[in-house]
Design a protein around this ligand. Structure first.
Ligand code: ADP
Ligand code: GLC
Length: 492
């Protein structure tokens, strides 16, 4: 089965969040499951320059007349296609925003072209390989399902028989543009309507994916249910309810090639679930690196996060007095909203021996934070899957999380019954408010006072397996269902 994965990011070449981790790890797991998977990305400099031996495949013309080349090379064992259009993509840094953090004015073109390239690869642009299934990730790739749907309607007239999967990593980023830009997208006028890609008078890329993909997935089962409701539906819950028969949640995995404390060279000392004593050296090293008081007993909390409203870090700020009063310490690694950055900087200045902040993006340091902290805080307002709590579990830093989305699906609270049956892995609170967060903090301190119980929970946490092979098996089952539906269709 030939599958084309389409995404804007790819770890380790270009990453702003978990999407890159998923796009980077899923192809290898799919290959292990026997899928002939290829990747397609926009020609961002970070990707173009990191891979050698680009070969031309074909050229294509965008609806607005611009010519682009599609190139191919091998990356990490998979064929990687690149849309080469320097006028659109040759901008260093973030794939979405300029140096001031402002979204590029031509983003609709930049990501429409990605969709067109995907549709072309499903229609035979590469004479040696034609995608049977196009698997598009997030709004950046969401025009592909709409274009393929249109092309299928023209079957026999140079159309395609490809089918599509659209994965929602985060429904709150939708790719919404003014209606005036619709003509650039290369879709028939009939598509601009409530049953098409119109969203309150504007054009929505996210809606293009949700409306036209043959199968929809989200990155956790709980999030798949949540987005069908008003609270988390971001205005699209009605559409999602009408498509619930084709919507499912497939939990992300952890790439153990990247996240394994037993062989992680970023750490001061390797450790595993059976040998936890050396873990203390990582805590001491982290306290040293961040200039915190080197107290082994201080309960050390960590945050590794984009600093955005989604992540609920205002609760961490609100709960900080309590955390400090109980003798805790906090390290924060993150970047994002200026206000949150400033608030954490101020807290660090006020408590230099107990709070430390590194504003920025640092992959190596993130490994050290998971390995050296006792608790990882992920109090997100909503969380489609969340990878940081899974990395924290693997590294024995007990996650403290809000019971939403993938956080609810991956962390088991330290209730008496979970402690009794050995399934507890962290601290889970209901209701996004200060009191609930505070109570979870107190549970963390209470468990810490019971050394043996803490160790048991830590071991259980580290023994959790969120592996990509299980996730890939679920995607393969989904792809199979599409291929058999297609076969039935073709004989009809
Ligand atoms: P999201 O994709 O919403 O940001 P995830 O938890 O799925 O949330 O993924 C976040 C990814 O980005 C993880 O790999 C996490 O370790 C990483 N990350 C976030 N902020 C930083 C940072 N400042 N430095 C290094 N890695 C970070
Ligand atoms: C998004 C979500 C996050 C998820 C990631 C990878 O960025 O915010 O919850 O883990 O995608 O699927």
């Amino acid at each position: 089965m030939r599958v084309l994965q389409v995404s804007a990011e790819l770890y380790p070449l270009l990453k702003t969040g978990g999407l890159a981790d998923v796009a980077g790890a899923l192809p290898a797991a799919l290959r292990r499951a026997g899928v002939d998977v290829r990747l397609l990305l926009p020609g961002f400099p970070a990707v173009r320059e990191a891979v050698a031996d680009w070969q031309p495949v074909a050229t294509m013309t965008a609806p607005w007349g611009e010519t682009a080349a599609v190139l191919a090379s091998v990356w990490n064992g998979s064929m990687l296609y690149l849309v080469d259009a320097p006028a659109l993509y040759a901008r260093p840094g973030s794939p979405y925003v300029d140096a001031q953090g402002v979204a590029y004015a031509d983003n609709h073109r930049r990501f429409a072209l990605l969709g067109h390239a995907a549709a072309a690869l499903a229609a035979g642009l590469d004479p040696h390989w034609r995608a049977q299934i196009v698997h598009a990730h997030d709004w950046h790739a969401a025009l592909a399902p709409a274009l393929i749907h249109q092309a299928r309607a023209r079957r026999g007239l140079g159309g395609t028989t490809a089918t599509t999967v659209f994965t929602v990593h985060n429904l709150s980023y939708q790719g919404v543009f003014p209606k005036a830009l619709f003509d650039d997208l290369g879709l028939p006028a009939s598509v601009f309507g409530i049953h098409g890609i119109e969203f309150h008078g504007q054009v929505s890329f996210m809606k293009a994916g949700l409306q036209y993909a043959d199968r929809l997935t989200t990155v956790s089962p709980t999030y798949a249910r949540e987005i069908q409701g008003h609270e988390q539906g971001c205005g699209l819950d009605g559409l999602l309810r009408t498509r619930r028969d084709v919507l499912s949640g497939i939990l992300n995995g952890v790439d153990t090639e990247v996240w394994n404390p037993a062989v992680d060279t970023a750490l001061a000392r390797a450790f595993d679930a059976r040998h936890l004593t050396p873990r203390a050296e990582n805590k001491a090293a982290l306290q040293r690196q961040f200039g915190l008081e080197p107290v082994a007993e201080a309960l050390l909390f960590g945050v590794v996060s984009r600093l955005t409203e989604q992540k609920g870090l205002d609760l961490v700020l609100a709960g900080l007095p309590e955390l400090l009063a109980r003798g805790g310490q906090l390290v924060v690694l993150g970047s994002g909203d200026a206000e949150l950055e400033a608030a954490f900087r101020t807290a660090a200045k006020a408590h230099p021996h107990a709070v430390a902040v590194h504003i920025g993006y640092d992959e190596t340091l993130s490994h050290r934070v998971f390995a050296g902290t006792d608790v990882t805080l992920v109090p997100s307002r909503f969380e489609p899957c969340g990878l940081t709590q899974m990395y924290a579990l693997a590294y024995g830093s007990l996650p403290l999380v809000h019971r939403v989305g993938g956080l609810a699906d991956t962390v088991a609270d330290v209730t008496l019954e979970n402690l009794a049956d050995g399934s507890a892995t962290g601290f889970v609170f209901d209701g996004f408010d200060r009191a609930a967060f505070s109570a979870a903090l107190r549970r963390a301190f209470a468990l810490r006072a019971r050394k043996a119980a803490w160790r048991r929970v830590q071991r259980t946490a580290m023994e959790q397996r969120f592996d990509w092979d299980s996730a890939a098996a679920r995607y393969v089952a989904l792809y199979r269902s599409l291929l058999s539906a297609e076969a039935v269709d073709a004989t009809a």
